[in-house]
Structures are given as C-alpha cells and as structure tokens.
Design a protein around this ligand. Structure first.
Ligand code: KG4
Ligand code: ZN
Length: 315
C-alpha cells in the first residue's frame, strides 16, 4: 500500500443509527448503517436504552459489512474517527469504546468528531467548501446556525431556546396522528394551496430560534376544533405549521446573510431533506450547498468527511 494512502474508518452512534463509513483518499468507499428506528417507532420516539442496546447488538456486524463493502483489510485502516458529542450518553459510549479499542489494537490515529460539525461537512464529498460560510443544522435534536471561518473556527451564532425543528414537527405529527417520524409525514402531506392558517405571529429575524410556541398554538387549535366538533383538517394544519417554521428559518438566514456576507450557505441534518426548505433556500441570493438526501440524517460518512478535512487542514 502507498505510504501516503489515508484510510479513515468513521463511527457514528450518537442516537439510534449504528453507522460506519470508510473514506479512502477523499473518496467514500463504504457506508453502512443499521437503524433501530422501527423498534423506536413502537414507542413514538427515541428510547435511549433501546438505542444503546441496539448499538451493542449490531456494532460488530456493521463493522464487518463496512470492511467487506470497502474491499479492504482491517490492517489498511490509518485513522479512526468517532462521534464524541453531543448525543445520548449510552449510545455515544458504545461507539467510543469500540473506536478506542480498535485504535489501540491497530496503533492508529484516533480523531474525536463533534456530531454537529459532521453535519456541517456532510456535503463536502462532492462540493468544494468556500470560507467563510454559514451552516444551518436542522435535525430532531438541534436547530443551529454556525459561522464557519475555517474547520477549526466554527462559531455557533443561533440555536433553539426550546424544541428543535425536527422535534417540533414530530410532536405536531403525533398531535395529528400522523405516522412517525412526523417530520417526514408532514413533508409528504404539505400542500402549498392550503398553508395559510394564521397560527402564530412571526418572531423577529435576529431572535434565537424557538419552536415551542408553534407547537402550543397548534395543540390549542386542534383542541378548540375538537371541542366545537369541527373537522380537524390535517393537511391544512400540517402545511400551515411547516410554512410557519420554514418562513421563520428563511427570515433568520436572510438576517445572517446580510450581516456576514458569507461565500455560501450549507445545510445539514435530517430536516434538510425537507422539500419546502430546499425550495425556499434555493431562492436565496447565495451559493447553496445541500447534502445528498442519504447524508441528511445521521450517518458515519459525514464524521469521516469532517475528519478527512481536519487531517488535510492540519498538514
Ligand atoms: O438528523 P436526524 O436524522 O437525527 C437527529 O435528530 O440527529 O434528524 C431526524 C429528524 C426527525 O425529527 C425527522 O422528523 C426529521 O429529521 N426529518 C424531516 C424530514 N426527514 C427527516 N423533517 C422534515 N422533512 C423531512 N423530509
Ligand atoms: Zn444528527
């Protein structure tokens, strides 16, 4: 093997997906995930104990499948990257122990990666990142805007005061008895001709994100319709909620684009798969970088891509 060949094994276990990937000389050559989402769906949300047990159950299998997919031998691995934070403590622990043991056994470099920074770099396999840029990370656990000056200078400039976007969508989905996860159901139900319910006034563009208000307004609306024996139009309510949320995000992005004049805007996280969000950010007057749909949710590829950029930057 060429001495300069870099073979990064990436491990992501922060929530309910056990995921591994291999990045060899800047190319993603393997990507394997086993999710416990079907099990979690029975409970209508993530149960931490179920998630960590599942990681323990499948981590060896995922590792073997990943090596097989990459057609490499274990001895070819030069670096191991793993998600160190944030996430469910029990789930993170499983990935960390696996990564540390393997790095010791193979005597290779160990790289800790912040899960959210991974999301920021989830589109970097196919796109050259230009600094300084803004990153919007929208998932089930986080809603944040970062100002990225370099891979080592990532500044958090806005985050939610309460619910994350995905969390709010999932809860609204549950109120409307839609399939779990609500975010995907609401995306599929969205109708642009039925999105004009006046649920809640908008917040100012420079305020912190907050989604508990729209959640409560929706619950009040559903309860009042039920009390009056009126029809709960799921499509109208879901579409109006989603429109309110996306409008709020776009207002804030516009504020930060004016303020920082970034070279581009990168999206990441499960909610960045949302069709309305993708449509609306594409109208902004700035270069937009969207991850491929398969890398929007949690995955180890993004952890490997971040580690890959970090190694290049440190050289
Ligand atoms: O990033 P992710 O897979 O996991 C973490 O939370 O870290 O995000 C999951 C969230 C869920 O709340 C799910 O409802 C939401 O992303 N989501 C979507 C879509 N796909 C996933 N929300 C809106 N539209 C979608 N297409
Ligand atoms: Zn995530």
């Amino acid at each position: 093997m060429n001495l300069k060949t870099k073979v990064i094994l990436a491990i992501e276990t922060s929530c309910d997906d056990t995921s591994m990937a291999i990045i060899k000389n800047d190319q993603v050559i393997a990507n394997c995930t086993i999710s416990s989402i079907n099990e979690q769906a029975k409970y209508g949300g993530i149960v931490p104990e179920v998630a960590s047990r599942n990681h323990i159950k499948v981590i060896d299998k995922v590792f073997k499948k990943t090596l097989k997919q990459a057609k490499i031998d274990i001895s070819e691995i030069t670096d191991i990257a793993y998600t160190s934070e944030p996430g469910l403590p029990g789930s993170l622990h499983v990935g960390k122990v696996f990564a540390k043991m393997l790095a010791k056994l193979l005597n290779v470099n160990l790289i800790k990666v912040n899960h959210l920074y991974g999301h920021i770099y989830s589109a970097s396999a196919n796109c050259h990142y230009e600094y300084l840029f803004l990153a919007l990370i929208v998932s089930g656990g986080h809603t944040s805007i970062y100002l990225v000056k370099s891979i080592r200078e990532i500044e958090l400039i806005n985050e939610t005061n309460d619910d994350a976007v995905g969390e709010a969508l999932d809860k609204i989905g549950r109120m409307l008895s839609l399939d779990y996860p609500g975010g995907i159901s609401i995306d599929n139900l969205y109708n642009s001709q039925k999105n004009n319910l006046n649920l809640l006034p908008h917040q100012s563009s420079n305020s912190q994100f907050s989604f508990s208000g729209i959640k409560t307004a929706t619950l009040n609306m559903i309860n009042s319709l039920k009390m009056k024996n009126e029809i709960v139009d799921k499509e109208l309510i879901a579409s109006s909620c989603l429109k309110w949320i996306i409008d709020d995000i776009i207002n804030k992005l516009n504020y930060y684009i004016d303020k920082y004049q970034p070279a581009m805007l990168v999206l990441g996280g499960g909610v960045s798969a949302n069709k309305l969000l993708r449509e609306e950010v594409n109208k902004l007057k700035i270069k937009i970088v969207l991850p491929p749909i398969e890398y929007t949710g949690d995955n180890a590829v993004m952890i490997g891509l971040f580690a890959n950029e970090l190694i290049k930057y440190s050289k």
